[in-house]
Design a protein around this ligand. Structure first.
Ligand code: NAP
Length: 540
């Protein structure tokens, strides 16, 4: 069964609803739901709307007590269905709440008269969607409700919707669809419910809803048609599609879904990549990732893992008996989960590798070539830690400059002597530095504080290549990627340094993940283009 892509339109006027329906058809919808909650005064206009719509449609008049906007009486709205059903081109479906259908024999009779079902005596083509919505939580009697809908002969399609309490609620949605009681619309509202909407096609749901444009949706968490078609690869999703995502909290602003999905598209890889918000505690991480892995038909094959779960990933993979990349273990954080073909887990860190690759290419040296270089790392947080470990591992001499000197000292003590030398220094001493490479690992200069810089005075250390402090031969790398060129990089470029943007590290760490998951080289130019477009769009 094909899963329909249904544009949800809240009708305000005949003309605007028809215009939105036409746009929906252009943007790839093959079905429209007209929510006529506030458009019921003139039944002839409703009938005209259905007649003139370019796509088949569902007509829904949702009462306030079920989360809609209609506050009139039930008899009137059900009678309206009767009227539009007699027009030359009736709606493909009516959506009626299970509660309405069950509440009165009289209403039930009226509904039964206007929809197609095995006992229907008249020529009627409109199908009945019986629906139940809860806007507060998962209804405790959800299963009984589904059984009632499935048991009603008149009901052609079952619809259930509730707000996702966590990512795990998506799995119940998939179970409900896979149970195949009848063609089913099952979805979870809210940010955590996105998977239930995007993966509706993977599990064979009757439809998924999407908004025609930003701000026009009819429910919380409804993506736009553009997002579902282009960003989340609707046309390519099928039962075998592998699922990936970015796990963090929050993740709504993450650039990773745009990059990885574009990469899947470019290489023809059958995958889809979603934001996966998981609250901070380890128990949430373990329960969610564990249940996603256990749900076999989901084909959950990997994730980018970001703040605050990088340590949790290591612990989870260790406790699950999986493998951990040795340097990720040393760093104490991993950013990539890979589920291998045999189901075993692998945790690794592509952050340090992305940074090393960016600097080596920028300097035109191999990793071994770093062994006689001095690297100044500014900051002593999570990013600095991975970068210090990576450069020290290659034998470089690393100087950690940090506002809180004790943290720089701690980091230096931990990594000093493992391969390269690591020493700590006070941030004020940065202007005397004689390093070949300067790496900003603080958020100073990040959007919106774009006038700030971690290096207000260019270092003048005599040890720099050329012996004149910053200039030709010095490499300045800012891990910040928004803006693409920070004040630090602008000033370094003006001083003749080679500059490297955080976008370079970001696309490289993503490319490392892509390779692990797909066994294909990432289309790095596509990654760069998509990231640039996204960052520019954010700046508008
Ligand atoms: P973090 O763990 O919070 O560490 C932040 C570091 O910055 C700390 O050492 C902190 O010093 C220092 N810092 C913060 N504000 C400061 C200020 N006003 N003055 C002086 N020092 C200050 O953060 P993180 O996870 O390491 O991330 C740091 C940056 O790395 C982020 O802004 C992000 O843009 C970048 N990053 C980029 C990528 C990429 O792929 N391009 C990946 C990861 C991170 P104290 O110790 O004194 O608090």
């Amino acid at each position: 069964m094909t899963t329909h892509l249904c544009a949800a339109i809240m009708v305000e006027s005949l003309d605007s609803a028809l215009a939105q329906a036409a746009q929906a058809a252009e943007r790839g919808a093959d079905l429209v739901e007209f929510r006529i909650d506030q458009f019921v005064d003139d039944v002839d206009r409703v009938a005209e709307l259905v007649q003139r719509c370019a796509l088949p449609c569902i007509v829904t008049c949702r009462p306030t007590w079920e989360g809609g906007l209609y506050d009139g009486d039930d008899q009137a709205r059900i009678s309206l269905l009767e009227h539009i059903g007699t027009a030359a081109r009736p709606p493909a479906y009516y959506d009626v709440e299970l509660a309405t259908y069950q509440r009165s024999a009289n209403l039930r009779q009226k509904v039964d008269l206007v929809v197609d079902h095995p006992g229907q005596q008249r020529e009627v083509s409109t199908g009945l969607i019986l629906s139940t919505h809860d806007f507060k939580t998962r209804p405790s009697d959800l299963i009984q409700k589904i059984e009632h809908m499935a048991g009603a002969d008149t009901c052609r399609i079952i619809k259930v919707a509730w707000p996702a309490r966590s990512l795990r609620d998506n799995l119940e949605v998939f179970e409900i669809i896979e149970a195949k009681h009848k063609p089913t619309i099952a979805l979870c509202m809210g940010e955590e419910g996105l998977a239930s909407r995007v993966l509706a096609k993977k599990f064979g749901a009757f439809l998924t809803f999407a908004a025609v444009g930003d701000g026009t949706g009819t429910a919380i968490g409804q993506p736009t048609l553009e997002q579902i078609k282009r960003l989340y690869r609707w046309d390519d999703i099928n039962a075998d599609t592998r699922v990936y995502g970015v796990i963090g909290y929050p993740v709504a602003q993450s650039m990773s879904p745009a990059i990885h999905n574009a990469g899947f598209d470019q290489t023809g890889f059958n995958g889809v990549y979603l934001p996966m918000p998981i609250p901070p505690e380890y128990e949430h991480f373990k329960a969610t990732v564990g249940s996603y892995l256990d749900y076999k038909s989901l084909h959950f094959r990997g994730a980018s893992v970001t703040i605050p779960h990088k340590q949790n990933l290591l612990r989870f993979v260790r406790e699950s008996g999986g493998d951990i990349e040795p340097l990720a273990k040393t760093i104490g954080a991993a950013n990539t989960l890979t589920v291998r073909d045999d189901g075993s887990l692998y945790a690794s860190n592509t952050d340090y590798d992305g940074a090393l690759g960016a600097v080596c290419d920028g300097m035109g040296v191999s990793r071994e070539g770093l062994s006689d270089k001095r690297v100044a790392v500014i900051g002593a947080g999570g990013a600095a830690r991975a970068i210090v470990a990576g450069f020290a591992h290659c034998g470089a001499t690393v100087v950690v400059y940090n506002r809180t000197f004790g943290k720089a000292q701690q980091l230096a003590d931990e990594f000093d002597g493992k391969t390269g030398q690591v020493v700590a220094a006070r941030l004020e001493k940065l202007c005397d530095s004689c390093c070949h490479v300067f790496i900003n690992c603080t958020p100073i200069g990040m959007h919106p504080n774009v006038d700030a810089t971690p290096v207000p005075t260019a270092p003048t250390g005599k040890g720099a290549i050329g012996g004149k402090g910053w200039g030709e031969g010095t490499v300045v790398f800012d891990t910040i990627y928004n803006p693409i060129e920070t004040r630090l990089l602008r000033e370094a470029r003006a001083a003749g340094c080679t500059t490297i943007s955080g976008t370079d590290m970001f696309t490289r760490q993503a490319a490392g993940q892509f390779k692990l998951w797909t066994n294909r080289d990432a289309p790095i130019d596509v990654f760069k283009r998509v990231l640039k477009e996204r960052l520019e769009a954010m700046g508008e």
